[in-house]
Design a protein around this ligand. Structure first.
Ligand SMILES: Nc1nc2c(ncn2[C@@H]2O[C@H](COP(=O)(O)OP(=O)(O)OP(=O)(O)O)[C@@H](O)[C@H]2O)c(=O)[nH]1
Length: 397
């Protein structure tokens, strides 16, 4: 048999690999289309008055706020490989998701609310009440500076404005808390297409803060808004991390570009963005490996991932994921990440079950970067845009 020229051989192998990759992505896009067809069918059923087909509108997750074809499927387990159209989830509709999460936020801040409301319970406010109030604020991770500032302002205003009843005190407290959280910060998520390029959102942070979960939840939010999304698994340290991400995507028909375990994360991110440009998706979400802010080599690697992506398309948003329960440590991490990758938004996760909402104020002040999203649970649709007024009203009950 005649020897094949090595150049021709490598071109043939390259073409086969590209074709296979294209098929992989094509299958996933096919799943997305199947989901759209399924949605359309459900919509038609709903219009015909078939209430069971489209899920209810109440706040209870199990009760129908989330319509899933397979509610028992665990996003953290298994791989995407076998997920066909029959297994696709339909992410929770934005309206019911926000209603449900608003109620959860109000419920979760009970400890903080109680402390604040003691102050408003009427009568004269003695020194001990002020001290208890201060302690409550500090234990919510508001920080000593903002706490002192808030208490001083309240004391002055209560005196100057002659506050005598609870309703009046509540109004002033609401105004002052809102000023601290800053309703004027621009919290828009820059995940939209820019010219011919998809929005590119990079998600960074230390280990275990909830990056992959956030990318998965964000993909679902976008699918619920009928947008085309592609995931990039630039966490190549552990194959399980890419599996986890791929599973999140597969549940809603979103394709994932991944590399081999130990592959260069920058090149996987670049491939993902390239696929996103070629497929004309609306947004590419890049998950990165968790890294300690103190490890210089790993932080440099993160900078490189961003620079390499930008050879293909601008990164439109860099989200730093902070675990709300980590307090001051979260702040120290945040400063270093900001220096390396120019963070444009914060995602505060695990705010459920925590009365540590004060960290929002500290993070924003220290970094000058707005909190844009909050994670309020382990459920697949437990992610909400952060809204200053809603947050303050939830605290005040
Ligand atoms: N209660 C709660 N748990 C959350 C939230 N977000 C994430 N988690 C949980 O946090 C754990 C870690 O989440 P991951 O998404 O794997 O974290 P990661 O940052 O990608 O982890 P590494 O890749 O190891 O750095 C998981 O058990 C998630 O279910 C949230 O908003 N609330």
């Amino acid at each position: 048999m005649a020897a094949v020229d090595p150049l021709i051989l490598s071109i043939i192998i390259g073409a086969v690999v590209l074709l296979a990759a294209g098929i992989g992505i094509g299958v996933a896009v096919g799943r997305r289309r199947a989901l759209e067809r399924q949605r359309q069918a459900e919509l038609e059923a709903e219009q015909r008055g078939d209430a069971g087909a489209a899920g209810g509108g109440d706040d209870d997750r199990e009760g129908g706020g989330v319509a899933t074809l397979d509610p028992d499927l665990d996003p953290g387990a298994g791989t995407a490989a076998g997920a066909g159209p029959d297994l696709l989830d339909r992410p929770e509709a934005p309206r019911t998701r926000l209603q449900r999460l608003r109620a959860r936020l109000a419920g979760q801040n009970n400890a903080l609310s109680r402390g604040l409301l003691n102050l408003l319970s009427g009568g004269t406010i003695d020194e001990e009440t002020w001290e208890d109030f201060e302690a409550t604020l500090i234990s919510s991770d508001l920080g000593v500076g903002p706490t002192t500032e808030l208490v001083d302002r309240l004391r002055t205003r209560f005196k100057v404005e002659g506050v005598t009843d609870g309703a009046e005190a509540r109004r002033i407290l609401r105004e002052e808390l809102l000023a601290l959280v800053d309703p004027n910060l621009d919290r828009t998520l820059h995940d939209q297409r820019v010219g011919d390029d998809p929005g590119v959102v990079m998600v960074v942070g230390v280990n275990g803060t909830g990056k992959t979960t956030t990318v998965g939840k964000l993909a679902r939010v976008m699918v619920a808004e009928d947008r085309d999304v592609l995931l990039g698994a630039a966490d190549t340290f552990r194959a399980a991390a890419a599996d986890q991400l791929e599973t999140w995507g597969a549940r809603v028909g979103v394709p994932t570009v991944r590399g081999a375990e130990g592959a260069d994360p920058a090149s996987v991110a670049y491939e993902a963005v390239t696929a996103g440009v070629d497929l004309e998706v609306d947004c590419v979400l890049i998950d990165t490996a968790g890294r300690l802010h103190t490890k210089t080599g790993l932080m440099d690697e993160l900078g490189k991932v961003k620079r390499v992506i930008e050879k293909k398309a601008p990164v439109t948003e860099v989200l730093l994921v902070i675990d709300a329960t980590t307090g001051q440590n979260g702040l120290i991490q945040a400063r270093i990440f900001r220096e390396v990758v120019d963070v444009t938004g914060i995602v505060l996760t695990k705010l459920d079950g925590s009365a540590k909402g004060g960290i929002i104020v500290q993070v924003q002040r220290e970094l000058g970067v707005p909190v844009k999203l909050v994670g309020l649970g382990e459920g697949p649709d437990d992610l909400a845009p952060f809204d200053a007024e809603e947050f303050v009203d939830a605290i005040l009950g």
